[in-house]
Design a protein around this ligand. Structure first.
Ligand code: ARG
Length: 463
């Protein structure tokens, strides 16, 4: 049994049930890099304040570096019976450096240390998730470029509403993912405040230079209140919120992929490499990648709600309940980190069946709103135009015809305002070209947006 960091005042052994119940090493070992970095910076601050000699500081810094490398390579295992990663690193440091190692924990507590480590972890995770989101954006832009001229049904209520360009649909997700990147940047910025020096909760008397600590660890600023510093977990909650929202976006995209690849719709084919089969139905090619990503969103929401609930009603300052922030945090970060490149692969390799899309558009009356706007532009009040085109659509449907089958004479039976140029709207291309608002699906707009995103995201990556 390893010596406990807090064993001094205890005479009895901890009940093994509590020991097992409270141990966090199996998951907080993910903080080892952060813990080592925090330890090295702390050694420097202790030396600067005169509590370590230069030689002791060097030994501690070196040994901490080695401990980090040994954990990374597996030479130093993390499967043992230490309470948490902080205890493991400190214990190992004392084993390797003796007296000097025993001095490192001066002026700090695991309360400020765990907050520091978690902030460092989160900053790193937010950075890689932003890069992974950018890569998924790139995959969507590439797919949009590949099918730049494909006209696609735009839906509301899952009913055909207006025609759009396929890249317009892809770019809608690119915009969502851009906001997700922004949310991770925000979460990271909020966590970019250094809590060390707060010790257990009220601060330390050892004259530590917290600015030095912040600059060594790359923090923009220092926590202004030691009680807040050790009890704040809203930065974790914000990160989990960003994960949940990003997961919601991925889930919507996945739902569309599942639906588009369904036997009924058949707009897209997911690459075999991203599908699995059935143990019973030999013919099956199931979109499990998209389904699983859609399903994983459940745990991203659950993790957010779990930490919100843990924190609700906790008195200041640190309470052990707060250890329960770790598994949700790691789980969300890792779930998204696994889902994003997988989905990028799915998108890069998917094939759109142009003729299935074309078949679906036949006779769908998607140009109805264009006809109504045609009348508005020529002085008819919109409500009247809406009624008039509504009647026109009803008659078409009754006769089993599409709007595209109408002649000028047909149109003029409903309004004398219709002239030959109205027929142009009844072709899919004409319907798209008629749009003039910024951000619309007008081909010139979509082309500009594709070019803008391509410039922003960099060159096409090999898919
Ligand atoms: N494993 C703990 C956590 O994650 C570290 C802090 C423990 N502090 C304490 N005083 N028991 O919160």
């Amino acid at each position: 049994m390893n010596r406990k960091l807090w064993g001094g005042r205890f005479r009895k052994r901890t009940d093994p049930l509590l020991e097992a119940f409270s141990r966090s090493l199996s998951f907080d070992r993910r903080l080892f890099q952060a813990d080592v970095a925090a330890g090295r910076a702390h050694a420097e601050a202790l030396a600067a304040a005169g509590h370590l000699t230069a030689g002791e500081m060097r030994r501690l810094t070196e040994a901490l570096g080695e401990i980090g490398e040994d954990i990374a390579s597996g030479r130093l295992g993390t499967g043992g019976d230490h309470e948490d990663i902080h205890s493991l690193v400190l214990d190992e440091l004392v084993r390797r450096t003796g007296e000097a190692g025993k001095k490192l924990h001066a002026g700090r507590s695991r309360n400020d240390l765990v907050s520091l480590d978690t902030r460092l972890y989160l900053r790193e995770a937010a950075g890689s998730l932003r890069a992974a989101l950018a890569d998924l954006q790139e995959a969507l832009v590439s797919k949009g470029e590949e099918y730049a001229d494909l006209i696609f049904p735009g839906l509301t209520h899952t009913q055909h509403a207006q025609l759009v360009l396929f890249p317009h649909h892809c770019l809608a997700y690119v915009e969502m993912l851009e906001r997700d990147k922004g949310r991770f940047a925000d979460a990271s910025a909020r966590a970019d405040v250094m809590p060390a020096g707060s010790a257990a909760m009220a601060g330390s008397s050892l004259g530590l230079d917290v600015r030095l600590l912040a600059s060594r660890l790359g923090f923009g600023s220092v926590c202004a209140n030691s009680m807040d510093a050790v009890s704040d977990r809203d930065f974790v909650i914000e990160f989990l919120g960003a994960c949940a929202i990003a997961g919601m976006h991925l889930s919507r995209l996945c739902e569309e992929l599942v639906w588009w690849s369904s036997s009924e719709i058949g707009f897209v084919r997911l690459d075999e490499a991203y599908c699995t089969g059935s143990s019973f139905l030999p013919q099956k090619l199931n979109p499990d990648s998209a389904e699983l990503i859609r399903g994983k969103t459940g745990r991203l929401y659950g993790n957010l709600v779990a930490v919100l609930t843990v924190m609700k009603g906790l008195p200041l300052t640190y309470n052990r309940d707060m250890q329960e922030d770790k598994e949700p945090l790691f789980d969300s970060a890792e779930t998204l980190a696994a889902a994003l490149p997988l989905l990028a692969g799915v998108v890069r390799t998917l094939v759109v069946d142009r003729s299935a899309v074309e078949r679906a558009l036949a006779g769908d009356c998607s140009a109805a709103s264009d006809l109504a706007e045609y009348l508005v532009a020529r002085g008819i009040p919109f409500r009247e135009a809406h009624d008039l085109v509504g009647a026109l659509v009803r008659d078409c449907l009754r006769r089993g015809r599409g709007l595209e089958d109408l002649t000028l004479e047909d149109l003029r039976r409903y309004s004398a305002v219709f002239a030959a140029d109205a027929l142009g709207l009844l072709t899919p291309e004409g319907s798209l070209r008629a749009k003039t608002t910024y951000g619309s699906t007008a081909p010139a707009q979509v082309k500009r947006s594709l070019r803008r995103w391509r410039r922003k995201l960099g060159r096409r990556s090999e898919g």
